[in-house]
Design a protein around this ligand. Structure first.
Ligand code: AMP
Length: 278
């Protein structure tokens, strides 16, 4: 795997590959890679000719400076995992390579921006779209691969692609979980063993309502999930919502599916999870 820190060098190479009609797949990450990330690389390898993974801890999407500072950094292990996964190129830029000083960005993302994660992390999706737009410009991917784990993020990026008419196909990949159901996340590193066992209640709540969804109203499902989540006082819930899976608006007769989304803090670690059902 070849590693690039310069956007110009990476762009140059990829432009040449595009001339040879190669399809480029992009997998943007912030590193501390786990099997969730690697499943995106695997899907990208199946669907495109050349796979570029980026590792960049994007400062503009962090609303809390401490959260940015304590974000796990494991670059050498990440390089090993990507090499083993036969990723073709790694883009590993410094902050100064990605941003000019005092650079500004604003995209009107409408309703989606200020609900759920956007409400709890104001400005987060401006930072996300800012960096993903830059990565799209540098890599010019045929397809870009994102995890369902960050469900609202996928809808936000889809919206950006629509607004700016960007020539990229988005692929949403399923959530990878550990054997007990916990959604894999770089932040799980911060959980103690006890916290990890408490965190299992998050996926348990989602799996439970998915299994009984055919026989209950959304209100009943929400109350079943809340009963599970509130059974442990250490779980500080930011939100639990059952929404229309395509729009993240309130469920209505036209809804083609439900997505249940939650965010909770356990100890000092904030976790998100979600599940789609029909
Ligand atoms: P991150 O490094 O957390 O920004 O994640 C990079 C990409 O990996 C995003 O598209 C995430 O949604 C995706 N991702 C993170 N965790 C998982 C997981 N457990 N399963 C599948 N994809 C994931």
């Amino acid at each position: 795997m070849k590693i690039f820190t310069s956007k110009a060098e990476l762009s140059h190479l990829l432009t040449e590959l595009k001339k040879e009609n190669k399809n480029i797949g992009l997998v943007p990450t912030m590193g501390a890679l786990h099997s969730g990330h690697l499943s995106l690389i695997k899907t990208a390898k199946q669907q495109t000719d050349v796979v570029v993974c980026s590792i960049f801890i994007n400062p503009t999407q962090f609303t809390d400076q401490k959260d940015l500072e304590k974000y796990p950094r494991t670059v050498s292990a990440d390089i090993e995992k990507l090499t083993e996964a036969a990723c073709d190129y790694l883009f590993l830029p410094e902050v100064t390579e990605m941003y000019e000083e005092n650079e500004t960005w604003h995209l009107d993302l409408g309703y989606l921006e200020n609900i759920l994660e956007g409400k709890f992390r104001p400005g987060h999706y401006q930072g996300v779209t800012q960096v993903v737009f830059k990565l799209f410009q540098i890599v010019n991917p045929t397809k870009a691969f994102f995890g369902q784990k960050d469900y609202q993020q996928v809808l936000i990026i889809r919206k950006m692609v629509d607004i700016l008419n960007l020539p990229v196909e988005l692929v949403m990949c399923p959530i990878k979980r550990n054997d007990e159901g916990l959604a894999l996340s770089s932040r799980n590193i911060h959980l103690s063993d006890i916290e990890k066992s408490k965190a299992l209640l998050l996926s348990r709540a989602l799996l439970t309502i998915r299994d009984v969804s055919a026989n209950h109203t959304p209100e009943e499902l929400k109350s079943i999930a809340l009963n599970i989540l509130e059974s442990d006082a250490e779980i500080k819930l930011d939100y639990f919502e059952l929404l229309d899976k395509d729009t993240l608006t309130t469920l209505n007769n036209d809804s083609k599916g439900i997505v249940a989304l939650l965010a909770a803090t356990i100890g000092k670690t904030r976790l998100i999870d979600n599940m789609i059902f029909n």
